[in-house]
Design a protein around this ligand. Sequence first.
Ligand code: NAI
Length: 398
Amino acid sequence: MTKIVLLEKIHASAVGLLNEQGFTDIAEIPRALSGGELLDALSEADAVGIRSNTHLSAEILGASRRLQAIGCFCIGTNQVDLTAAMALGIPVFNAPFSNTRSVAELVIAQAILLLRRIPEKNARTHRGQWDKTAQGAYEVRNKLLGIIGYGNIGAQVGILAESVGMRVCYYDPESKLPLGNAKPMTLDAVLEEADVVTLHVPGGSGTENLINGARLALMKPSAVLINASRGKVVDIDALDQALRAGKLAGAALDVYPVEPRSEKEEFVSPLRGLDNVILTPHIGGSTEEAQDNIGREVADKLARFLKAGTTRSAVNFPEIAHLEKEVRSRILHVHRNEPGVIARMNADFAASGLNIVAQQLQTRGAIGYAITDVDAPISDALMRKLCGAPATIRCHLI
Ligand code: NAI
């Protein structure tokens, strides 16, 4: 029976979906594991589900002989040695889109609150002041939203913004299909023209300090900046100076160059205490719906792999699209990507008198992955031959 181990309090939607798909041997461990405890938990596991605090190193993966698939029930996959997993023939899945909508909704809310000057009005009211003025408070209708990074989240923000009457422009170095009436523009034009600039770029050296002092200076003094992407994308001291000098009307930040590692650490930022700044603790994607969606999305990917060998959207593996298993035997074969492997495998099928009904092959870097359907039982002798072939990394019959 297939055994699945879920660590770190993964949402109940995951177990629900796995049960629906016929997987009942599921062990839930409500915390992250490491070292010997992790090895013990994985010793009998065919698949494991983790979040961000369980580290699957090359050593742990190498020792977990039975493991066939890894599900990261989150967005990031840095906690897994992806190269080692690939070399061992283990696909890794994650949930890249499950919290897209949650981030997009927060950005729209922040745009409305900032243009209405609600953060300042809220702070003043808390202090007992009754500031009823309409001065400097605007509707978002007809204002220009500038999206920097028109990927999954950026495009979703654009659609929601149009539904509340905003005009939308974006900058992305890659050519992207504009959704709705969104207009592609240069980075400088977005900064110069937009009333609300929102950042949705990836992290890393390519986007570090993308919004620096010089670029902030391009923005209108009445404009606001929203960053729910990665903390280092904005030069925080330059933003602090621009806000204090009145060169920018406000900002909403969800991510920071340095973030506390736990609830016990204090959050430190020059922006603390500024009334025209909304600060949130990296919760852009943190909603009940997103957690539920992540549970379902990753559990579905694990179930499809375990039942049919599907690797679509695996982050480290040749991708083979889902094809329902409608034959008696399906062989999943992971091998070194070198000439003659498939020819030899097919010769082994033919020598056993087996006709191949369907076969799919994909390669990625050093490895190849083939799914072969045969409408007949497969003998132990043939499985031993396929699994023992010199280029074979991993071979399963489902
Ligand atoms: P994505 O990969 O779908 O989109 C990123 C887009 O940025 C791509 O279209 C890419 O071409 C573009 N891009 C790359 N370099 C650029 C540059 N220099 N200038 C302008 N555009 C550039 O990513 P997705 O899913 O939309 O996520 C966007 C960001 O949001 C990521 O940094 C992610 O870590 C962050 N995020 C934050 C969350 C939160 O809780 N605050 C939750 C989920 C994601």
